[in-house]
Design a protein around this ligand. Structure first.
Ligand SMILES: Cc1cc2nc3c(=O)[nH]c(=O)nc-3n(C[C@H](O)[C@H](O)[C@H](O)COP(=O)(O)OP(=O)(O)OC[C@H]3O[C@@H](n4cnc5c(N)ncnc54)[C@H](O)[C@@H]3O)c2cc1C
Length: 402
C-alpha cells in the first residue's frame, strides 16, 4: 500500500439515493467519509425513477416500512425547506385508481385494514376522485387516496444529498469504479477504485442492483437481483395532473399471487417473458412532462427499453387519464432496481465480516425509502446500536459466504 493512501473512517460505495443519504448523515455525525460512485451521482436507478414518494403515516405500531417511508418524507422536506435545495418536492398526495369490481373489493378491504392499523388512507367515489384530479376517466369505479404521498425530482434530490454531504465535509468522488475490496492487514478495509487504493475502518455497500457483484469481491452471496423498470414521457404541457397516480390492478393481483421463489423476487409484472399483470405509476413533473411507467422485469443487467411494454403501459395509463389519447410518447428510458428475493430491504450489518454494512434491496420504492435507509445505517455505524426497526431487514437472513 502506498504512503499516499487516503484514509477515512467510512467508505460508502454507490452514489444513488441510499449511498448519498448515508454519506450525508455520517458527515452530519462528524465522521470522515468518502462516497465512491463509478458514474455521476444519480446515474442509475436513483436518477431515472418516477420521483414518487410513498407514505401512509406511522401507524399504531410503526414497522420498518413506516420508518423508511415517513422518515424519508421528513428528510426530503428538510432538504428543501430547511437546507434550501430545490428538489421539486411537493406533498401532492397520491391516488390509486380502481377500474373493476374485483379491484374495488381489494381496495375497500385494503383501506379498512390500513385505517384499523392507524394509517392514513381513504376510499373515494369516482366523483370525489375526479373533484381533486379532474383528468381521471369518468368510468373509473373510485380511487384509494393517500394524502401523505409526495413527489420530487430524482436527480435533483439525489444530488442534493451528495452536495449536502460535501458541504458537511464528505469526500464525494465520482468516476470511481470499485474493482476490488479486501481486508487491510491492520484491520478495516482496502478499496481499489480506478487505479487508487483507499482505506477505511467501516465499509458501506450502497451499490443498488450491483450489490451482488460487490458481494462476490468480498466472498459473500448477496441476493440482490436487478429488475428492469421502464418509463415514458410526453412533451411538456400545462398543468393537467396534480397527484401522483397509480393503478390498483397490480396490487390486487399480487395480493392473491405474489409470485417469487428461491431465484425470483415477488411482485414482478412478468414471469419469464410472460406478462402476469399491469403495474402503473406516474405524475406530471414541474416542467410539464407527464411521466409514467410500471413494468418490473428480470432481464439481467439489460437496460434496453422494451417498446411492447411501453405501449402496454401507455394504453393502460390512457384508460385512467383519457387526455393521453391526444398525446404521444416523446421519450423513453429504463433503469435497474435492486430487488431482494423475499421482497424486504437488506439494511444493516453484514454477517461473517467485521465493520461491513449494506443499504440495499429497496426495490421499486427506493427513492421514497432511501433517505431513511441511509440515515439508519449512518446512525448504526455512529452509535454502534441497531435501530429496532432494522430487525426486519437484517442481512443475516439472506447473505451467506459464497
Ligand atoms: C423506472 C424506475 C421507476 C422508479 N420509480 C420509483 C418511484 O416512483 N418511487 C420510488 O420510491 N422508487 C422508484 N424506483 C426505484 C428506485 O429508483 C430505486 O429503488 C432506488 O433508486 C435505489 O437506490 P440505490 O441508491 O439503492 O441504487 P442506485 O440508484 O442504483 O445507486 C447505486 C449506485 O452504485 C453505483 N455502483 C455500482 N457498482 C459500483 C462500483 N463497483 N463502484 C462504484 N459505484 C458503483 C452505481 O453506478 C449507482 O449509481 C424506480 C426505479 C426505476 C428503474
Amino acid at each position: 500500500m502506498s504512503k499516499s493512501t487516503q484514509r477515512f473512517e467510512v467508505i460508502v460505495i454507490g452514489g444513488g439515493i441510499a449511498g448519498s443519504s448515508t454519506a450525508f448523515h455520517l458527515a452530519g455525525h462528524g465522521r470522515s467519509v468518502a462516497l465512491l460512485e463509478r458514474g455521476e451521482i444519480a446515474s442509475e436507478a436513483s436518477g431515472v425513477n418516477a420521483g414518487g414518494i410513498g407514505a401512509l403515516g406511522w401507524g399504531n405500531e410503526p414497522d420498518l416500512e413506516s420508518y423508511l417511508t415517513m422518515g424519508s418524507l421528513q428528510i426530503f422536506k428538510g432538504m428543501q425547506l430547511d437546507l434550501g435545495y430545490d428538489i421539486e418536492f411537493r406533498q401532492s398526495g397520491g391516488l390509486q385508481v380502481i377500474q373493476t369490481p374485483q379491484q374495488y373489493d381489494y381496495a375497500r378491504d385494503r383501506v379498512i385494514g390500513l385505517k384499523s392499523r392507524g394509517y392514513t388512507a381513504e376510499l373515494l367515489s369516482p366523483d370525489e376522485a375526479r373533484a381533486i384530479e379532474p383528468g381521471l376517466n369518468p368510468e373509473i369505479l373510485g380511487a384509494m387516496y393517500f394524502p401523505l404521498r409526495g413527489q420530487a425530482d430524482p436527480v435533483k434530490a439525489t444530488r442534493a444529498f451528495a452536495d449536502a454531504a460535501r458541504q458537511r465535509g464528505a469526500d464525494v468522488m465520482t468516476g470511481k469504479d470499485v474493482t476490488n475490496v479486501s481486508v487491510a492487514s491492520e484491520g478495516g478495509w482496502l478499496v481499489e477504485c480506478s487505479g487508487e487504493t483507499l482505506q477505511a475502518h467501516h465499509l458501506v455497500l450502497a451499490a443498488g442492483a450491483w450489490c451482488g457483484p460487490l458481494g462476490e469481491m468480498l466472498g459473500l452471496r448477496i441476493p440482490v437481483i436487478p429488475v428492469r423498470g421502464q418509463m415514458w414521457a410526453t412533451e411538456p404541457l400545462p398543468p393537467r395532473v396534480f397527484h401522483s397516480l397509480s393503478g390498483v390492478e397490480s396490487y390486487s393481483h399480487w395480493s392473491a399471487e405474489p409470485g417469487g421463489d428461491a431465484a425470483n423476487p415477488p411482485e414482478l409484472t412478468h414471469i419469464g417473458d410472460r406478462r402476469v399483470t399491469r403495474h402503473l405509476y406516474g405524475r406530471q413533473t414541474r416542467d410539464g412532462e407527464i411521466i409514467f411507467g410500471g413494468d418490473r422485469e428480470m432481464v439481467g443487467y439489460d437496460r434496453s427499453v422494451d417498446m411492447g411494454g411501453i405501449e402496454n403501459n401507455f394504453a393502460h395509463t390512457a384508460e385512467v387519464l383519457p387526455l393521453l389519447n391526444d398525446l404521444s410518447i416523446s421519450r423513453t428510458w429504463s433503469g435497474l432496481m435492486p430487488f431482494s428475493l423475499d421482497g424486504k430491504p437488506i439494511i444493516g450489518k453484514l454477517p461473517h465480516l467485521e465493520n461491513l454494512y449494506i443499504a440495499s434491496g429497496l426495490a421499486s420504492s427506493g427513492f421514497g425509502r432511501g433517505p431513511m435507509a441511509g440515515k439508519l445505517v449512518a446512525d448504526y455505524i455512529h452509535t454502534g446500536h441497531r435501530h429496532h426497526a432494522l430487525a426486519e431487514s437484517a442481512p443475516a437472513r439472506c447473505v451467506a459466504p459464497l
